[in-house]
Design a protein around this ligand. Structure first.
Ligand code: C2E
Ligand code: CA
Ligand code: CA
Ligand code: CA
Length: 275
């Protein structure tokens, strides 16, 4: 048993070394990936449920590694976040998304479309987000109200004083602030009163279960009602089936996003979609 334990330890330690090594290598590969053109943005359309009208799109980052192919954002965003690379990657994404959106606005005449950009917790803490946003708005001529920043629920809890003043400044510059993955952070809806938020995105884990789990349906319905009473808009993300769409619309959900409605696509493909 002792021997097995020792082997076991050795096994885990080697596995851990390999994981660390993989991580370090990924961090090295990710450094400069934007400049080398390996990273790109795709856009997932967001629709109004009442009339199926396209209202905007969420920008999602893609990495085509030169030898390993596509790397999942859930993996490389985490590496970017932990290594600090996100502090340069984040602003690059923000600028690129605004450039694409101003094309939809100016060249295609759809100046009502919003673009939603994900902002990681580390970007929030870095302390220069408001300045970056103001700079990008000025440089690109992007209409501020058409830029949505998606912050995760958990990133917004914590240093409330800092976050509240940051959100207030962002609001002053005219951009919208949305809470992403809502419902997963157990922060409760009460603190939403204190932070200036335009809307919430119901996490897809709830949406996935609305048809078969009465608790998820009840929770989702409560989130919609509470958000509306606070003057916020509600998006359901991860809508994969017509049935989910129907039940959420019945419960008063405003907007929807998901594979049933549209997969993430290039800016050009989105442009074709809007025609
Ligand atoms: P997220 O912000 O919650 O983005 C939604 C994710 O759900 C995307 O995954 C999207 O492709 C996926 N999705 C959309 N519709 C469906 C559906 O019907 N079913 C299912 N199962 N999934 C659906 P993706 O693109 O792999 O991104 C994963 C996460 O990586 C994002 O989650 C976001 O947290 C992060 N991420 C992506 N791009 C960026 C970025 O530019 N900056 C930052 N900070 N994070 C990003
Ligand atoms: Ca998001
Ligand atoms: Ca989300
Ligand atoms: Ca469930």
């Amino acid at each position: 048993a002792k021997l097995a334990g020792k082997n076991c330890y050795r096994f885990y330690s080697r596995a851990m070394d390999q994981a660390v090594e993989r991580r370090v290598r990924m961090e090295q590969d990710l450094r400069g990936a934007w400049e080398r053109g390996e990273l790109s943005l795709v856009y997932q359309p967001v629709f109004r449920m009442a009339d199926n009208r396209l209202l905007g799109a969420e920008a999602l980052l893609r990495w085509k590694h030169p030898t390993q192919g596509m790397v999942a954002p859930s993996i490389f965003i985490e590496v970017a976040e932990q290594s600090g690379l996100i502090e340069t990657l984040g602003p690059a994404v923000l600028r690129a998304a605004c450039i694409d959106a101003t094309r939809w606005h100016r060249e295609l005449g759809h100046d009502e479309l919003f673009v939603a950009v994900n902002v990681s917790p580390r970007q929030l803490r870095a302390g220069n987000l408001a300045r970056q946003v103001e700079d990008v708005l000025r440089e690109t001529g992007m209409a501020p109200r058409r830029l949505h920043l998606e912050l995760t629920e958990t990133a917004v809890i914590g240093d409330e004083l800092h976050i509240s003043s940051l959100l207030a400044r962002l609001r002053t510059s005219g951009v919208q602030v949305w809470l992403d993955d809502f419902g997963t952070g157990f922060s409760g809806l009460s603190h939403l009163r204190r932070v200036p938020i335009d809307g919430v995105k119901i996490d897809r884990s709830f949406v996935a279960d609305v048809l078969r789990d009465p608790d998820d349906l009840a929770l989702t319905t409560a989130i919609i009602a509470m958000a509306h009473s606070l003057g916020m808009t509600v998006v359901a993300e991860g809508v994969e089936q017509e049935g989910q769409f129907e039940v959420l619309r019945e419960r008063g959900c405003d907007l929807a996003q998901g594979y049933w409605l549209g997969h993430p696509m290039s800016s050009q493909e989105l442009a074709r979609l809007i025609g």
